[in-house]
Ligand binder design. Structure first.
Ligand code: B3K
Ligand code: ZN
Length: 869
């Protein structure tokens, strides 16, 4: 593919104020008639041709203002339609044919379990008709859909329904009109035989909105939680951001073949059914939380993304970072703030940090791309969300809200840039964000080294901070960032100590503003030596090293008044022991095992929080901390040893607690109930390790009333006692019970894909031939193969190289069908340079095997080539 550069952006020479589409749906052949009102932009020369994007289209006919176009007046290929010297303003009618039934890319118009559906972001609309397929072309759409009535009784598009009726030949039609001008990537169409779950919502101005969630017949009950999440999202956006829904109807459709989570099409969100369907038997608490977050995320896009959209795809974080921030805040308000923050930070470190620290690193607002689909990344989304969070830290919640109000007021109906977004904050809060804006433009995770010292005589506490950032492919030399660090000087009583003044830089509202390479902040009037708690709430997405010793960290883990700070300190303690052990140094004897026992039994802490505190860093967390020459087997052994030490020391406490935490007879998916299950399930793992027997897990499994508990028990059995009858029976029973439910079966694939040890490679190969597995279904592939590569360090990185080979073969098998899925799978090679030399050579060979193939998709080639450089 060609490289697209930000600096080459130019406004389009032509505009399309109105778009009429007629679809005559047919599996093998669907006819699309587009009636486009086209205008040349003022000042553009009449000799400039109109160039429309296309992708795999078959042109049937072409008219300007109702007249057939002469062959010499245009050039058409499956990729482009060029019209020479068009009039200044005219109607262009284009008739094309497409083939939804054979479309396995899941972009454009395709069929999923008999349902016609579309996915247009980023550049899928050009697979439907020729168009100016770019986000700054905003158009008002009217859409007519015709289909066989029996095959597709439900006909949906964006906006409001205007007309429907019967046609000859057992066909019928529906017309939809969306009054809000929108970019083509937000167009959607759905046609099929689906059940509607209906509800309504009264907005803050008193309008009643008709809500619908469309699911497969028989699955209506499983949409109840999503519907509830939708209504809560609508209310929250009114209360927290003052944003009201703008159409009379809001529909969601759940489909089973989908390349990612969901899509925010105006008034017609389309979802991967994994993020809609939930009941206690088929969804875990983790799934429920994801459903809530994603339903909210897509709904919030209505304002941040749809009403105000991106000028070009370099600005993707304008909508995604902001909307991630909004959905994180929503979940924090709906559930427990500290618990949500810890979960979100764990996610950021697990997904975004390795991206930022490897060959695929890119700025949150990139300057070039070869394939835009490869930029829907943790960096654009999660780090983009963190930047918005930092903006709020910088100006405070009141000014933040004022700035957001100004953003909506100033840019509603526009396609804008990150510069526009930042200017709003500068204007609303009267600040200069030129240094801060570098967070958008530089890749890489900043590092801050912290050194503290206390001068008892002068009663001053010094905090020396030094920032640094290694080079990344996008920038060799890094400029200094403005890093906001929330902090507290924790006194012996656990309370934050006071200080009278600060020298050396700006400190306000509990935040240190680090702006230079090295700054020493001296806090005066500090009566006793405090312990520094820094980067509270993960106020900046950075890594930190400090001169704090093991006692300091354990003190914070027990006494920091900030719950996030406690978790962070504990996590640091655990990691430093694990790192030492993985490097073959005997782990220092620490008090951490006792500490974990105390935390587990501390009734003043919420169960969900205790569960998080008790969860050890994952193998991948430890590997990331090690940085290079990682031997995953040593990492695994170190983690298991620590787990055993904690379990053995606290066996009695854990056993009592395990009995005491109610299993819960009546299932409720709320955060408090989920927290209890989480605590009990983490204890189950420790106790099973200590008891070295599958018995407790087998009992846990047979008593389980929900998938969360079932899955936890199954994991212990399959991962710890894989060659026992208990484990084999559990898997067989599960398959018998849930064999007909694809989403529940994903968990069955997942639990087997994550069993530690190289033998799992063969298990995965076998499971890929299982009748319930389908290489064409992204959820199945992700559950089995993506999970294997991303969450099973000992198997994926097996010293034989077989894990790498399995991934490479699967990537090559998927690529001809679904390039986006293949490219996503291939990103699992991104940390290949951090393993030991022998493994690196094997990973490189697997990558080269992919790279040397002819006919790779541009998506996959882009990932593989960047990973290798
Ligand atoms: N905007 C979509 C993602 C589209 C991905 C295209 N490759 C969902 C979301 O972020 O809400
Ligand atoms: Zn989004």
């Amino acid at each position: 593919g060609q490289i697209v550069r930000l600096e080459d952006y130019a406004p389009s020479d032509y505009l399309i104020p109105r778009t009429g589409l007629t679809f005559r749906l047919g599996n093998e052949r669907t006819i699309v008639v587009a009636e486009l009102t086209i205008e040349r932009r003022d000042g553009v020369d009449a000799s400039v041709p109109l160039v429309l994007d296309g992708d795999g289209l078959e042109l049937i006919s072409l008219q300007i203002d109702g007249e057939e176009l002469a062959r010499s007046a245009y050039e058409a290929s499956s990729q482009r339609l060029v019209i020479h010297e068009p009039p200044t303003r005219f109607t262009l009618t284009i008739e094309t044919a497409i083939a939804p039934a054979t479309n396995e890319t899941l972009m454009g118009l395709y069929r999923s379990s008999g349902v016609y559906c579309t996915q247009c972001e980023a550049e899928g609309f050009r697979r439907i008709t020729y168009f100016l397929d770019r986000p700054d072309i905003l158009s008002v759409y009217t859409v007519r859909i015709e289909a066989l009535k029996a095959q597709a009784p439900v006909l949906l598009s964006n906006g409001d329904p205007v007309e429907r009726g019967d046609l000859d030949g057992a066909r019928h039609f529906a017309v939809w009109h969306d009054p809000f001008p929108k970019p083509s990537y937000l167009f959607a169409l759905v046609a099929g035989d689906l059940a509607r779950v209906s509800d309504s919502f009264v907005t803050m101005s008193g309008r009643t909105i008709d809500l619908g969630i469309y699911v497969e017949h028989g699955k209506e009950k499983r949409a109840a939680y999503a519907m509830d999440a939708l209504k809560r999202s609508m209310r929250w956006d009114e209360e927290v951001f003052g944003r009201e829904y703008d159409l009379g109807i809001f529909n969601i459709v759940a489909v089973s073949d989908f390349n990612f989570g969901a899509m925010e099409n105006k008034g017609l969100n389309i979802f991967n059914d994994k993020y809609i369907l939930a009941d206690r038997e088929t969804a875990t608490d983790f799934d429920f939380a994801n459903i809530e977050a994603i339903v909210a995320h897509e709904y919030f896009h209505n304002w941040t993304g749809n009403r105000i959209t991106c000028r070009d795809w370099f600005q993707l974080c304008l909508k995604e970072g902001l909307t991630v921030f909004r959905d994180h805040e929503f979940s924090a308000d709906e559930r427990e703030r500290t618990v949500r923050r810890i979960a979100d930070v764990k996610g950021l470190k697990a997904q975004q940090f390795p991206e930022d620290q490897g060959p695929l690193a890119h700025p949150v607002r990139p300057r070039r791309y070869r394939e835009i689909n490869n930029f829907y990344t943790a960096t654009v989304y999660q780090k983009g969300g963190e930047i918005v969070r930092m903006l709020r830290t910088l100006i405070g919640p009141v000014q933040f809200r004022a700035a957001m109000d100004l953003y909506f007021e100033r840019h509603d109906g526009q396609a804008v840039t990150i510069e526009d977004f930042l200017r709003v904050f500068e204007d609303a809060a009267q600040i200069d964000l030129s240094q801060f804006s570098l967070w958008y433009h530089q890749a890489g995770t900043p590092h801050v080294a912290v050194k503290t010292s206390y001068d008892a005589r002068r009663r001053s506490f010094s905090v020396e901070l030094e920032q640094s950032m290694p080079p990344t492919p996008s920038e060799q030399r890094k400029r200094l960032l403005h890093i906001p660090l929330a902090f507290g000087l924790v006194g012996a009583d656990g309370k934050d100590a006071n200080f009278t003044s600060v020298d050396g830089g700006t400190v306000s509202d509990g935040v240190i503003h680090l702006k230079r390479r090295r700054q020493v902040f001296r806090f005066n009037g500090v009566n006793q030596k405090p312990v520094l708690s820094i980067n509270r709430g993960f106020s900046a997405p950075i890594t930190i090293t400090s001169n704090a010793n093991a006692e300091d960290r354990q003190f914070l883990a027990q006494h920091d008044s900030d719950g996030f700070g406690r978790w962070q300190a504990l996590n640091d303690s655990l990691l430093s022991g694990l790192i030492a052990a993985a490097r073959g140094k005997k782990a220092p004897v620490t008090a951490v095992t006792t500490l974990l026992g105390n935390i587990a039994a501390d009734e003043s802490l919420q169960p969900a929080y205790r569960a998080l505190m008790l969860s050890l860093p994952t193998d991948a967390d430890i590997a990331r901390e090690l940085g290079d020459k990682v031997n995953p087997d040593a990492v695994f052994a170190a983690r298991e040893d620590l787990l055993a030490a904690i379990a053995n020391e606290n066996a009695a406490t854990f056993a009592t607690l395990y009995q005491a935490v109610e299993g819960g007879t009546r299932f409720r998916p709320d955060a408090a109930s989920a927290g209890k299950r989480a605590l009990r399930n983490v204890l189950l793992d420790y106790l099973s390790k200590h008891e070295n027997s599958p018995q407790r897990a087998a009992t846990h499994l047979s008593a389980a009333t929900n998938l969360t508990d079932r899955f936890a028990a199954l994991s212990v059995l399959v991962h710890r006692f894989g060659d026992t009858d208990e484990a084999r029976d559990a898997l067989a029973n599960y398959e018998r019970q849930f064999g007909n439910d694809p989403l529940a079966m994903d968990k069955w694939f997942q639990v087997q894909a994550t069993a530690p040890g190289f033998a799992t490679i063969e298990t995965v190969r076998t499971l890929m031939r299982h009748p319930h597995f389908a290489i064409t279904n992204p959820n199945r592939v992700r559950a089995l193969v993506f999970t294997f590569a991303s969450a099973n360090q000992t198997a994926f990185h097996a010293a034989s190289g077989d894990g790498y080979r399995l991934l490479a073969e699967t990537v090559l098998e998927v690529d001809p069908r679904n390039p986006q899925l293949a490219a996503k799978l291939a990103t699992n090679f991104r940390s290949w340079r951090s393993v030991d030399a022998k493994r690196q050579a094997l990973a490189r060979k697997a990558l080269m095997d992919i790279a040397s193939r002819n006919g790779l998709s541009p998506d996959l080639r882009d990932i593989v080539e960047r990973t290798l450089t």
